[in-house]
Design a protein around this ligand. Structure first.
Ligand SMILES: [Mg+2]
Length: 171
């Protein structure tokens, strides 16, 4: 049952996710988290590196949608200047926002990866909705209020996996 928290893949940053690697898997779209996945949770704007990452994806024909549990103001301020479709107050891990994003992207589930820094929202949500999931190391070690609580549970789950040899990476 904890299997639902196990990502298919683990990367240090989103920059390890490249169009070449995605295309090898037949992936044409990314549903990505925002806070601590693309930029620090308390940073309001995209960095030049993230802007470039979006451009590389766009040029390669990879569709990207941001889905975040954060509020409209935060998510639209970040996404709109980049012309990236977004869903705020997504209530991950619930499936609704994932479904909505998938339909808007007009892709099959098997053509989309879900990317995020949290097991309890991004990975659980992505796995439950049957997407391929990629866990990213959080951009910064600090978190917003609710996430702080989720991280405690997350650490316990990660330790459980680690003891059983299900994951090999370090924190
Ligand atoms: Mg996050």
């Amino acid at each position: 049952m904890l299997k639902r928290f196990l990502p298919n893949e683990h990367v240090k940053t989103v920059f390890e996710i490249t169009p070449e690697k995605l295309k090898q898997k037949g992936i044409k779209g990314i549903i990505t988290d925002l806070d601590n996945t693309l930029v620090a949770w308390n940073q309001s704007d995209a960095t030049p590196e993230i802007i470039e990452w979006f451009k590389v994806m766009k040029d390669a024909g990879i569709r990207v949608t941001i889905i975040s549990n954060n509020n409209e103001e935060r998510v639209s301020h970040f996404s709109k200047p980049l012309h990236i479709p977004f869903i705020s107050k997504a209530r991950k891990p619930l499936s609704k926002a994932f479904k909505k994003a998938q339909h808007a992207m007009e892709l099959d589930k098997s053509e989309i990866v879900v990317v995020g820094d949290q097991l309890l929202t991004d990975v659980l949500g992505g796995n439950s909705s049957k997407f391929y999931t990629i866990l990213v190391v959080p951009v910064v070690k600090t978190d917003g209020f609710i996430t702080k609580f989720n991280r405690r549970i997350e650490r316990a789950i990660l330790n459980w996996f680690r003891k059983r040899g299900k994951i090999t990476w370090e924190d």
